[in-house]
Design a protein around this ligand. Structure first.
Ligand SMILES: Nc1nc2c(c(=O)[nH]1)N[C@H]1C(S)=C(S)[C@@H](COP(=O)(O)OP(=O)(O)OC[C@H]3O[C@@H](n4cnc5c(=O)[nH]c(N)nc54)[C@H](O)[C@@H]3O)O[C@H]1N2
Ligand SMILES: Nc1nc2c(c(=O)[nH]1)N[C@H]1C(S)=C(S)[C@@H](COP(=O)(O)OP(=O)(O)OC[C@H]3O[C@@H](n4cnc5c(=O)[nH]c(N)nc54)[C@H](O)[C@@H]3O)O[C@H]1N2
Ligand code: SF4
Ligand SMILES: [Mo]
Length: 708
């Protein structure tokens, strides 16, 4: 039996590591990271390796379904694809006839494979595309835009060459991107220093030279004190600041009161330790990376944490530097054309966006919008009704706060469609489920990755779909055909790839040998000033952001400390674990075996006060709602917080492994989608408190069914 090598892209999380599958007899015989991809060395994380668990999963959606009972009742009619497409198209046309095309909302998970479905929405004439990012990295994105004029992906994290890396609200060794893990491990072997700022001891913290356990929500105080120390101690890169900074004097004045001694009272970090750390950090400049964070949809002031992180990087000269945050290179920087976009086939819809971005909120980036403000518009019908919603690889009932409230909001919709490869709370609640083939069973659009050496990569189909599921392009084609968007209708993926590659001088055959095409030979570190790379109005790092100020929002806000919990209350906090992805892997048999249920991390001192011992079952409650979970008592978490791994607490009957296991953090955030960072736009998921007490036998509104 011959083995065939198929180059693909992992789809077990949104990092999308290039991979290669060896296929034998219609099965995956071997799976590894694409050895030709930059610094992956054939590596895969545990979730990537569990891909066969997804393929063979008999509990994933296997055919299109149309709801027959009430929403969420779980009564479905199994239909063929033609009927499903006709049904959705018919409903979309009715919405368009009654309310106009602008009443269609589509949200997704961002990333490089969006062009076709975004073009579909644009072709219909709706401006209402949003990605998930206000539940993830929007504050970081807006902080980068506001300081540098380009987004967070405008720089590369040059971990491999770094001499000091600071992880703040970032857990590289558990919230995994294989390449970053490898590069940081290599750098640490070469003597790079690591500083971790977290509210609990993570795997990353265990590898750190400095670990600062800060009070939850006090990072802005920490950063202000670091700025204070760098500026008053004259430790910054003066030439860089003279050439590249606008309004440096504003920063200099602003940080005056924020001494390390002051910060100690806020963060709990001794002033002397902070000062030593700053001196250490400065020695490594400009080869330093102060990570601006990734999942920062946490506090009302998270934007300022990322913004000050960006300012610290700039003061140390790391923007543009080798081993720091060099500027990303795109195809054009190596004289190449990027792939042709389906989005360019259509003109911009004339209507203003329902979420207010671009007109009511000029400081928010228009492209991906603000999803929770679009949900608000579904509720209020202001500025106009949104009546059809396509959740395209997005599970807002788990990925945003307060699902009960969110369900009420969705009652205003005439149509709710989920495009997904797994069950999710949102799919369960939808009118129509359009099941996507898992990544090894589908092809995707050719994607471009900006990098020090940019490249294009392709996902080919390794296996035939085992159930009646389709690839994204087939789903979009099916709908586009019925909606009269013939430019988006294709019978073969090759025709799509040819469309994309037209004029690039690259052909699909060029991907055959390695699955990717590099667009240059050597990394290029470009000079930020000579090449005019800062994209702010002044072309410099801007301390004062006029767009924000114009909205009455300060570019640097005066520090307001986090609310402190009282009695048996704790701030609810959450994060990732190495063996699961968000809410969509808990029913994967291989990963379920690795971790079946989440626990509640609680500080040992606080637990003792409440009579809670390690392993006890506790009741967690907020606003009259409660659930039970097992307590994991530890010294390794700040006393103000309890922590859970996000993604558990599934209640869908067909997910036999995940069903009833663990607690879903987002159910403890009442009205949470209305609580957000006004400067950065992201939801502030950690501005909620829960009460914790030892569970007595009769208290169990929903038993956590721990498998011990
Ligand atoms: N309370 C709380 N809320 C959170 C978080 C938290 O930690 N706590 N984390 C936040 C973060 S960081 C994020 S990124 C979001 C994630 O929120 P979501 O993006 O909603 O979560 P996922 O589970 O990754 O994906 C949603 C659905 O998309 C489907 N899917 C996955 N990949 C694909 C694909 O390639 N194509 C298609 N069509 N479907 C796919 C999956 O089957 C899944 O049902 O949640 C955020 N919300
Ligand atoms: N294994 C795995 N890897 C993933 C994912 C996954 O689901 N699983 N998801 C991917 C996605 S979508 C994302 S967005 C990234 C997220 O990547 P990260 O943002 O690095 O991951 P998180 O675990 O959400 O959060 C990082 C840390 O923030 C800490 N934290 C919480 N509150 C505070 C605070 O107030 N101050 C400080 N300093 N720290 C705090 C948490 O304890 C946690 O250790 O991971 C990506 N990689
Ligand atoms: S980090 Fe892991 S799950 Fe995510 S794409 Fe890479 S191998 Fe797959
Ligand atoms: Mo995320």
């Amino acid at each position: 039996m011959t083995r065939e090598k198929v180059y693909s892209v992992c789809g077990m999380c949104t990092v999308r590591c290039p991979i290669v599958a060896e296929v034998e007899n219609g099965n995956i015989a071997f799976l590894q990271g694409n050895p030709h991809a930059p610094n992956v060395d054939g590596g895969l994380c545990a979730r990537g390796a569990a891909a066969p668990g997804l393929i063979y999963d008999r509990e994933r959606p296997q055919h299109p379904m149309i709801r027959t009972g009430e929403r969420g009742e779980g009564k479905w009619r199994k239909v063929g694809w033609n009927e499903a497409f006709d049904y959705v198209a018919d409903k979309l046309k009715k919405v368009i006839d009654t309310y106009g095309a602008r009443s269609i909302l589509l949200t997704d998970r961002g990333g490089p494979f969006r062009d076709m479905h975004r073009a579909f929405l644009k072709g219909l004439g709706s401006p209402n595309y949003c990605n998930h990012d206000t539940s993830c990295a929007r504050n970081v994105q807006h902080a980068a835009l506001s300081s540098y004029g380009f987004g967070r992906k405008g720089v590369v994290y040059d971990l491999k060459n770094a001499k000091h890396v600071v992880l703040q609200t970032r857990n590289i060794f558990e919230a995994i991107n294989v390449r970053e893990v490898k590069e940081l491990m290599d750098a640490l072997d070469d003597g790079c220093k690591l500083t971790v700022i977290d509210i609990r001891t993570t795997v990353s913290a265990t590898k750190a030279d400095n670990f600062f356990m800060v009070r939850p929500g006090s990072d802005y105080a920490f950063n202000l004190a670091v700025l204070h120390e760098i500026i008053t101690g004259n430790l910054y890169d003066k030439v860089y600041v003279r050439r590249h900074f606008k309004d440096f004097d504003h920063l200099e004045n602003f940080i005056k009161p924020y001494t390390p001694e002051w910060a100690e009272g806020e963060t709990g970090v001794a002033a002397a330790h902070l000062k030593n750390f700053v001196r250490d950090l400065v020695k490594a400049a400009p080869a330093v990376i102060w990570h601006p964070g990734w999942m920062t949809a946490r506090y009302r002031n998270s934007f300022y944490v990322s913004r000050t992180a960006y300012l610290i990087n700039a003061l140390l000269g790391s923007i543009g530097a080798k081993g720091g945050l060099p500027i990303v290179n795109k195809p054009g920087d190596y004289g190449h054309k990027d792939v042709k976009a389906f989005m360019d086939l259509y003109s911009k819809p004339a209507d203003k966006r329902a979420d207010g971005v671009g007109w009511k909120f000029p400081h928010f980036e228009a492209g991906p919008g603000i999803a929770h403000l679009a949900y608000k518009a579904i509720e209020t019908q202001d500025p106009y009704p949104l009546k059809a919603y396509i959740a395209y690889r997005h599970d807002p009932l788990m990925g945003f706060a307060d699902p009960e409230r969110q369900i009420k909001v969705f009652e205003n919709l005439d149509l709710l469609v989920s495009v997904t490869f797994s069950w999710s709370d949102t799919a369960w609640y939808s009118d129509v489920v359009l099941p996507l083939s898992p990544f090894l069973e589908r092809e995707s659009l050719i994607a471009t990755k900006g990098d020090l050496v940019p490249y294009m990569f392709v996902r080919k189909r390794a296996l035939a779909p085992r159930y009646n599921t389709l690839a994204d392009w087939e789903i979009v084609s099916g709908l586009a055909k019925r909606m009269g968007l013939n430019e988006l209708v294709f019978d073969k993926i090759e025709d799509i790839w040819n469309f994309q590659l037209e004029g690039t001088g690259i052909s699909i055959e060029d991907f055959a040998a390695t699955g990717l095409v590099y667009l240059g030979e050597h990394p290029k570190y470009r000079d930020v000033i000579k090449d005019k790379l800062f994209k702010t109005p002044s072309g410099k790092v801007e301390v004062i952001d006029e767009k924000l100020e114009g909205q009455g929002i300060p570019s640097l806000a005066p520090y307001v400390g986090p609310q402190r919990p009282e009695g048996n209350q704790f701030r609810i906090t959450f994060g990732r674990v190495a063996v699961h992805t968000q809410g969509h892997t808990v029913n994967n048999p291989y990963l379920h075996e690795q971790m079946k249920v989440n626990t509640l991390l609680i500080n040992a001192g606080r637990a003792a006060e409440l009579g809670i011992a390690n392993g006890d079952e506790v009741e967690v409650s907020n606003n009259g709602y409660s659930e039970c979970i097992q307590a994991e008592v530890t010294e390794q978490i700040h006393p103000d917080a309890v922590f859970v791994v996000h993604g558990f607490g599934h209640r869908l009957p067909m997910e036999s492994l995940a069903y009833g296991k663990g607690l879903a953090d987002n159910r403890f955030m009442p009205g949470g989608n209305d609580i957000y960072d006004p400067a950065g736009g992201a939801v502030a998921f950690q501005e909620h408190f829960v009460a914790v007490k030892k569970r007595t036998a009769e208290q169990s509104p929903f038993k956590s069914m721990l498998s011990r």
